[in-house]
Ligand binder design. Structure first.
Ligand SMILES: [Zn+2]
Length: 281
């Protein structure tokens, strides 16, 4: 039994989720996501996340975090640009519900994604970490996987989350501001804010939503990557689904208005007009 399997069994309520859509130059390649969100051995129940008639549709943890805000720390190798992009993505989800969801507690001293011997062991310190991994092979994920969100459920209650980490694949990808960055050393550019918005959706309790159901959802199990390409907005459906978990305050309760506000506030995050267009799925 290897280390990853050991942790997957011991911490029975861990679920890995990821996006994988690869862009090389002007050509796009899609990788199958079959099986990417299968709960690990030992999970006794799961959300009814793929049935559109279920109240749990699009959600893997319908009750969300046990307490808010989610207190998180960052990998010491996370760049200022990456951190700003991460926090802009967090802000998007906060606008979606009209309330604070995250609280930054600074750098996780002396710790990087590479500190941990395997993917799941980063959960054992109970710090909600945002990690950059330059050795992706040890996560056990295929090299195409852009990032992985892992979490724990208290008392094996799938409805709740009490600890979570996100690992970003900087081994194979240049995770940066894709509107201002060119590929180097054969690493394709991945937009940090776009990727983080998707992964934070998982961290908050959202599951994948098929593009045939909601083609504008940031939770589609795919992401367009490459220089000059970003998907930083969320759909009306994303707003409604995150509000099913966390409720809403004031004008945020108007989901259409809220989604439009997020779309139109691109400049607030220092984005160019290019970022406002949704990629074709
Ligand atoms: Zn995903």
């Amino acid at each position: 039994m290897n280390l990853m399997t050991k942790y997957a069994v011991v911490t029975v309520a861990l679920v890995g989720a990821f996006t994988n859509f690869i862009a090389c130059g002007t050509q796009l390649y899609k990788t199958s996501l079959a099986g990417d969100d299968v709960p690990p051995e030992g999970t006794t129940s799961e959300a009814n996340s793929t049935d559109p008639t279920s109240p749990e549709f699009g959600l893997h943890a319908p009750s969300g975090w046990v307490s808010l805000p989610v207190i998180y720390r960052s990998d010491r190798t996370l760049s200022a640009v990456q951190l700003a992009a991460l926090q802009a993505a967090m802000h998007t989800w906060e606008v979606a519900v009209g309330k604070p969801l995250f609280a930054y507690k600074g750098v996780h001293a002396s710790v990087t994604g590479d500190t941990f011997p395997d993917l799941f062991s980063s959960l054992s310190d109970r710090v909600n970490g945002q990690y950059v991994d330059s050795d992706w092979a040890k996560t056990g994920k295929s090299k195409q996987v852009l990032a992985t969100t892992i979490w724990t459920n208290p008392n094996n209650a799938y409805q709740l989350i009490d600890n979570a980490d996100i690992h970003y694949n900087s081994d194979l990808y240049l995770i940066a501001d894709a509107l201002r960055t060119s590929p180097v050393d054969d690493r394709e550019v991945v937009d940090m804010q776009s990727l983080a918005t998707h992964e934070l959706g998982h961290l908050l309790g959202l599951a994948h939503v098929s593009d045939s159901y909601d083609s504008s959802s940031i939770m589609n199990p795919s992401l367009i990557i490459g220089e000059g390409l970003a998907t930083r907005s969320i759909s009306v459906g994303d707003v409604k689904r995150v509000q099913k978990i966390y409720g809403c305050n004031a004008t945020a309760c108007d989901a259409e208005l809220t989604a439009r506000t997020i779309m139109q506030s691109g400049e607030h995050y220092g984005l160019s007009d290019k970022s406002k267009s949704q990629p074709a799925h």
